[in-house]
Design a binder for this molecule. Sequence first.
Ligand SMILES: [Fe+2]
Ligand SMILES: [Zn+2]
Length: 389
Amino acid sequence: MTKLQQCTNLGDRISITWQDGLQDIFHAIWLRDNCHCQQCGDPAIGRRTLRLSDLDLAVTIQFLQLGEADQLEITWSDNHQGLFKYSWLRQHSYGDTPRKHPTYQYSLWSEDFRNNVPAFEFNEVMGSPEALFEVLRVVRDHGLCYLKQAPLQSGALETFARMIGYPQESNFGCLQDLVIDKGKRSIANDVTALKPHTDEPYRASPPGILMFHCIETDVTGAGESIFVDGFAAAEQLRAEDAEGFKAITTNNQPFRRYFEGDVDLSTSFPVISVDKNNYITGVRINDRVAAPVSVDSNQIPQYYRGMQILLRFTEDKTNWIKHKLSPGDIAIFDNHRILHGRTRLSLNARRWLQWLQIERGDFHSTLRILSDKLHKPRDDLPFSRGAYS
Ligand SMILES: [Fe+2]
Ligand SMILES: [Zn+2]
């Protein structure tokens, strides 16, 4: 642990110099707000009794003392006293350096990953927290993972999904059947090829983690599943056309799904979401449900050029993972990063998939709890937060 070298009280803030040379400022109001004495509660676990509305914004630090056991003792101008461990301060530093270097970094798909997507045995994952942890870690870091030898029964997918989170219900249902049925509303039930896309970008909160379970398929089936790394597509656009990347990350794309008298889902978000450090956090790539775009008129050319570069990448077969799901296979992927699609099915084919979705927050919660149980490094660092801004 990095040691504290010097600490100065500046009244409305303290300044700290750490032994590795890093400088930090902590404001008196921030420290007061984050006091975690017994009386104030614990802000680190979302359980505190201290209320911000009760604090004086002009609070200052009256006394500062380097206490025993590597902790700082503070007395504020409201006479309250608190203790802060140096390690806690360092961990929660909000200086430029830690804020600009989030520790979570996505790894784009390598050739090796595309050719060897990790596949775990269903029974092993159901019975072993270590194996389940690995499945979740692969989905977190690469966006896609397979299970194999799952029971060929309706509902097996739901049993698995409930170990990770709560299946989410939508206008399509909860556990959904994907069979060839032209009478259905969704194009997924037709036999046509589906270009790679992310699902339901017209929702304020699109499906998080999607799972497909293959129960039946036959030799005439055709219909290979396609997966593409949406983050790699976004990085390709950034490298190839900075202006196009900027137009797409700074303008909203409207999306809409409309069935008269029944459903009118409509929203507007960037096709590529980035955080303030310009790290990619999510994508909504589905031009089938894109509504007329409305951007600054002098950015239209860059916007369309950028979109085409993006789609050229996602439709380029050399960037695809093509995988024919066999009975017992499950594919798990992050719909805020990975595009999915399929090649054309044959008309007389028999094909039965079940699919469902769980929320990304539950997924990461389970991953953190498992990390603790298995004594792995915690996953409480910023993760890719999704296609939201
Ligand atoms: Fe889809
Ligand atoms: Zn306190």
